[in-house]
Each structure stands twice: as C-alpha cells, then as structure tokens.
Write a new protein. Structure first.
Length: 254
C-alpha cells in the first residue's frame, strides 16, 4: 500500500513531524499568511450534526446524479457525481457536502502531477468522532467495487486499507491508473465522480509549493485542526464553501 495513503498513529510520528515541520517552517515564515484564506464560511454549519457520523443527516442516500460546487480561495470548481460508479462513496460524499462538513477544510496535500487531497476538518472537536479508532464501525463505509479508472479529474475517497473510507478525498491530477491495481496498492480506490476541464484549471492552481507534507501531518491535523496549518503551512488554499447544486427546473409557464 502506498505510504501516503496509510493512517499513522500519533505517538509514532511526533518525531517525524517535528523534523518535517522544521524543514518547512522557514519556508512558511518567509511570507505572511494570505488573510483571504482564513475567510469564514458563508453559511452556518450544525457542528453537532457533522460531528456525529451516526446522525441520520450524515447517512443520506444520494440522487442518481448530482453536482457539488466547491468555492475555494483559488476559484470555484464543480464535482459531477454518478452514483452508479460507487454508490456508498457517492452517498457519503453527498451527506458530507450537504451538511457543510468540507466548509473551511484546507487542501493539505497538493502534489503536482499526482493528487490534491483534503477532508480532515478544521475543528478538532469534529475530528474526535471521525478519527476515533473505537468508532470505526460507524465512521467507515465499506468498499465499492471499482467501475471507473483513476484518470485525471476523477475524485476518489482516500483510505488506509479495505473498508476504511471516511471523509478524506483526493482528485487525480494525472492518470493514476496504478491505483486501479488492487493487488499492487492493497486497497480499492473507486472514483465516484469527476471534475470537468474548466474546474480542473482551478484545481491545478491550488497552492502546491509545500510539496509532499510530513508523514505525521494528518494525525496532527486531526488533533489540532486548522491551527497547525495556520502556524506552519499558512499559504495552503482552503474551501470556503462546498454545497450541493440543485438543478433548476425548466419553467414551462406561458
């Protein structure tokens, strides 16, 4: 399994994180943070709902097709979802977006020619539920059979092995067809939607100069929230708002 997809225990990575942050800290402090990237989400989100993976609103059934609009500090892009490609993944994504889970999230991993990854909430109190190993049966959704290839522009749930998808996502920046080989990677990476060509222009503008993040960043982000990124990686782009786009019905009245 690729190292970047694994979930690492906090205690075992503190030393690695300290080294990684030490290397990155000087770069981050050379330039002041972009204040626009700390924008407050434009809608109120019910933290009690998004902090409860078992809540009925977090377990919705998605329409056969739908669109999710991501407004970000780099511009807007739309994810076009086809539920048939990966039903469980499409349902989880729909529930998370519908209830505002991704509002304020940072694109903490942007690797040119590979992936853009996000999905760890900026509020540590929300993360206590989603990243509690005792809660895995509630948090994680079972794998979907992969029906589409991980080609450029497709969106897929990250995971740490079989049946461990929760909230983290990545968009393929290139044709990562090696991720289709389940025997090679030890996991099923099943795309459930895609970003169109115009949207990918925005995705490819997301700040990437920090490169591959330190291996221990994810557990620290889960524990500290956006505060850890504000301190050490202030230039990362952020999601201002992610919402389900309701298709407008044609007005046939005369």
């Amino acid at each position: 399994m690729p190292k970047w997809m694994t979930t690492v225990g906090l205690c075992g990575v503190l030393a690695l994180l300290a080294i990684g942050i030490g290397l990155q800290q000087g770069q981050a402090q050379d330039a002041p943070a972009d204040e626009d990237k700390d924008a407050t989400p434009p809608r109120e989100v019910d933290l009690k709902v998004i902090a409860d993976p078992a809540h009925e609103k977090m377990n919705l059934t998605a329409p056969d097709t739908y669109k999710a609009l991501f407004e970000t500090t780099a511009g807007d892009f739309t994810v076009h979802v086809t539920r048939e490609w990966a039903p469980k993944g499409a349902d989880r994504f729909y529930s998370l977006v519908k209830n505002g889970y991704y509002d304020g999230n940072r694109f903490f991993r942007v690797v040119e020619g590979f992936v853009v990854q996000w999905g760890i909430h900026g509020n540590p109190d929300v993360n206590k539920a989603w990243f509690d190993p005792r809660n895995d049966k509630v948090v994680n959704i079972k794998d979907d059979k992969r029906k589409k290839s991980n080609k450029a522009g497709t969106i897929t749930f990250a995971n740490a092995g079989p049946n461990t998808r929760s909230t983290q996502l990545f968009i393929n920046l290139d044709d990562n067809t090696n991720l289709d080989d389940e025997a090679l990677v030890g996991s099923i990476f099943a795309p459930f939607g895609e970003v169109d060509a115009e949207g990918m222009k925005v995705v490819k503008k997301l700040f990437s100069e920090y490169g591959e993040p330190p291996r221990g960043l994810q557990p620290m982000l889960a524990q500290k929230g956006n505060a850890i990124l504000d301190e050490y990686f202030p230039k990362l782009d952020a999601i201002t708002s992610a919402t389900i786009v309701e298709d407008k019905k044609e007005d046939k009245s005369e």
